[in-house]
Design a binder for this molecule. Structure first.
Ligand SMILES: Cc1cc2nc3c(=O)[nH]c(=O)nc-3n(C[C@H](O)[C@H](O)[C@H](O)COP(=O)(O)O)c2cc1C
Length: 184
């Protein structure tokens, strides 16, 4: 086993899981909980699919529909918390990120890569969250103009590993993610 006292290795392990989530739909990090702060200060959380992860840049990517509540929340408070629990590794990953909402020409390349069957996730009528008269009283046209990329610049990570002795570490962009051990 690798040195348990190695902060960089602990961080690398977390990024490995995040990257695997992008590549493998069965990996636990595929579907993080994505939390935002609503305009009235209420916390909101929902499942999303992780679409991009760059350990070197410290960025993550999520795709969404521009009219969803999470986008409204991010326009007020452009900060998100992402949470993943990796059961087999007994690892909790918590991420705080600054979020930029990208649309239009800036997201053309991502849109091009989305299969036709998945594009219907962007454009639901009426808008997601609208009350409807019947359980299936909605349509799902693929609407390019509703597609948004949430470009997440990671500002901090908090990792907890449950072992014989628990390990917890915090990392911040402010010091280049050098990290420090925290009491678990
Ligand atoms: C497994 C799973 C994956 C999901 N992936 C996404 C996603 O990648 N992007 C997204 O906007 N919503 C995704 N959703 C739907 C959200 O959880 C949520 O219901 C929807 O985005 C509306 O959220 P909001 O009103 O809080 O913005 C997913 C739901 C599930 C159950």
């Amino acid at each position: 086993m690798s040195d348990p006292n190695d902060l960089a290795a602990f961080l690398a392990q977390a990024w490995q899981h995040l990257s695997r989530g992008v590549a493998d739909r069965r990996a636990p990090a595929r579907y993080p909980t994505f939390a935002t702060v609503g305009p009235d200060g209420t916390p909101q959380s929902r499942t999303v699919a992780l679409r991009g992860a760059s350990p070197s840049a410290g960025t993550l990517e999520v795709h969404t529909d521009i009219v969803t509540d999470k986008v409204t929340a991010l326009r007020h408070t452009p900060v998100a918390a992402l949470h993943v629990w990796i059961p087999r590794s007994d690892l909790q990953i918590r991420v705080t990120a600054q979020v930029e909402i990208l649309t239009g020409d800036a997201v053309q390349s991502q849109w091009n890569q989305i299969p036709a069957g998945s594009r219907v996730s962007y454009g639901t009528l009426p808008d997601p969250g609208t009350p409807i008269d019947h359980v299936y009283a909605f349509e799902k046209p693929a609407e390019r103009s509703r597609f948004a990329v949430l470009a997440c610049t990671v500002t901090a990570l908090d990792l907890v590993h449950l072992g014989e002795q628990h390990r917890r570490a915090g990392y911040s962009r402010a010091d280049g993610f050098a990290g420090r051990w925290l009491a678990p």
